[in-house]
Design a protein around this ligand. Structure first.
Ligand code: FEO
Length: 170
């Protein structure tokens, strides 16, 4: 059993994870249109991961006996200045998701709902990993640059990260 406040907050998070999935899928379309197939593959894979995050939350809410609700999902941004803009947007977005997860964890703790608190630890670790991953990519963009050959190298490098296991991404 979970409180109505917590179920509402979990449902909001379901919407946020669905939005994340849509945002990354939309970013993959932008990358494709720019000929950045490595980045497009990376974003598409990441969109799938976000869908899994959404479904994991959905299942948890259902398992507690509460009702999972998928609310309205706003349209994601579809245009970007360049690949640096894409990854800066991604990192900023993940930082807002981390804040939302932290707020959920705080509510679970305040309510002494240790089952939900425990469940959410997976998301805490995931956010740490994702922020690190996107900071890492932005560092590479900064070091390699995105002029001519640099952009080609970035696309190859990000494409490789998209295929790596989480442990290899760091
Ligand atoms: Fe599900 Fe990228 O946070």
């Amino acid at each position: 059993m979970i409180s109505s406040k917590l179920s509402e907050q979990l449902n909001t998070q379901i919407g946020l994870e669905q939005y994340s999935s849509n945002l990354y899928l939309q970013m993959s379309a932008w990358c494709e249109s720019e000929g950045l197939t490595g980045c497009a593959g990376f974003m598409r894979k990441h969109a799938d991961e976000e869908m899994e995050h959404m479904q994991r939350l959905f299942q948890y809410v259902v398992d507690t006996g509460a009702r999972a609700n998928i609310g309205a999902i706003p349209a994601p941004r579809s245009d970007f200045k360049d690949i640096k803009d894409v990854f800066e947007t991604t990192l900023a977005h993940e930082e807002t998701i981390t804040t939302a997860i932290n707020s959920l964890v705080a509510t679970a703790f305040e309510e002494k709902d240790f089952s939900t608190f425990h469940f959410l630890q997976w998301y805490v670790a995931e956010q740490h990993e994702e922020e690190g991953l996107f900071k890492n990519i932005l560092d590479r963009i900064r070091i390699i640059g995105t002029d001519g050959t640099g952009l080609f190298m970035i696309d190859q490098e990000v494409g490789r990260l998209g295929q790596a296991s989480p442990a290899e991404k760091a």
